[in-house]
Ligand binder design. Structure first.
Ligand SMILES: Nc1ncnc2c1ncn2[C@@H]1O[C@H](COP(=O)(O)OP(=O)(O)OP(=O)(O)O)[C@@H](O)[C@H]1O
Length: 97
């Protein structure tokens, strides 16, 4: 969660510096919200499973692994969106140096 909050802050600072347009901001905000929301659901599911059983159980494993998988899917999508939105203006900025 801390890593994703740091990454979100970094993306927001870069978007401000690179003067991203309204459409780009919408995609970035949607992806940040998606990652943080999936992260919160993952934490909630982990706690609920730990509360439900202290034993190792295949269903508990599946619940935690699926929840963690959702975070991975959201993170990969956000990384792709970040690359598409921030990549070209960042490249342009670097080329001007
Ligand atoms: N009750 C459980 N039964 C079976 N597998 C589990 C269970 N809890 C966790 N796991 C497996 O362990 C992985 C890591 O889970 P989690 O991050 O909750 O840590 P943990 O295994 O509970 O260990 P610890 O509490 O020591 O960090 C899960 O993705 C899942 O594959």
């Amino acid at each position: 969660m801390r890593f994703h909050l740091f990454a979100a802050a970094l993306v927001i600072v870069m978007a401000l510096l690179l003067d991203i347009d309204k459409n780009g901001w919408l995609w970035l905000i949607a992806s940040i919200v998606g990652v943080l929301t999936s992260e919160m659901f993952n934490s909630a599911i982990e706690r609920a499973v730990d509360l439900a059983t202290a034993e190792r159980h295949p269903v508990a494993k599946a619940a935690k692994d699926i929840a963690a998988g959702a975070v991975l899917v959201a993170s990969l999508g956000a990384a792709a969106i970040g690359l598409i939105v921030l990549g070209p203006p960042l490249w342009h900025w670097l080329a001007q140096r």
